[in-house]
Design a protein. Structure first.
Length: 230
């Protein structure tokens, strides 16, 4: 009777891959739901862009801070390498806007759509983390250190459907997800383009120095004074 060992092993390995894919998809879904249901948060970190053209490499880094407390208090702040500091904050009654390079400082009554400022923040996409994803896989576990504390993370990789173009091909997205809190603590994405001359690769790394969710956020964080952020 022919041995069934090889087909059996192959079936087990294939089933294992399916389970890992299902597990990874569920982790992404749970993480997405976590962001959709946050009552408060405070994140600080950097986005690092690295461009490789042939043997040439260039880097730039932008620092950010984003915070929120229900129902309508928020802070969005960016520190650009060549464009200075830009801040927008609201305590739910007043919206402040400050920009260091132009010395701009304004205060105006808060409106219902003021919270839309958060839609462009570095963490906004995590509330729709599963949109258009495909080829999801759990590629390992890895610790991420933030503020002197180590967080054990799932490392999940996926592609975005329909993201390709003739000019550039997107690279797989990789996210590090805190196993206990289901929040993203690191993300790497990018694209590559090949030409007859030099190949180009763009990488974008999102990392955090503060990642606090559903904890007490002080009220004065959402209030600005002229030339001084409280």
């Amino acid at each position: 009777m022919p041995s069934l060992r090889f087909p059996l092993v192959a079936c087990v390995l294939f089933a294992g891959r399916i389970l890992l894919g299902d597990d990874a998809s569920q982790i992404l879904k749970t993480t997405e739901q976590t962001y959709q249901n946050l009552k408060s948060y405070e994140f600080k970190g950097t986005t690092t862009s690295e461009t490789k053209v042939g043997a040439s490499v260039s880097k730039s880094e932008t620092s950010f801070a984003v915070a929120f407390k229900q129902p309508n208090e928020f802070l969005v702040e960016y520190d650009y390498p060549s464009a200075g500091n830009w801040v927008r904050a609201s305590d739910g009654k007043t919206v402040w806007n400050a920009r260091s390079i132009t010395k701009e400082f304004t205060a105006s009554p808060a409106t219902d759509d003021a919270l839309r400022m958060l839609d462009g923040s570095p963490i906004a996409s995590f509330a729709n983390l599963t949109d258009g994803v495909q080829n999801v896989s759990l590629v390992g576990s890895e610790a991420v250190n933030i503020g002197g504390q180590s967080y054990d993370c799932y490392v999940i990789q996926f592609d975005h459907s329909g993201a390709s173009s003739e000019a550039a091909k997107p690279l797989p997205v990789k996210v590090w997800i805190d196993k206990s809190r289901h929040i993203v603590l690191k993300q790497v994405s990018g694209s590559e383009a090949k030409s007859a001359g030099n190949d180009t690769e763009n990488l974008r790394t999102l990392s955090f120095t503060v990642a606090d969710v559903n904890t007490a956020v002080p009220d004065d964080l959402f209030h600005l004074t002229n030339n001084k952020k409280k």
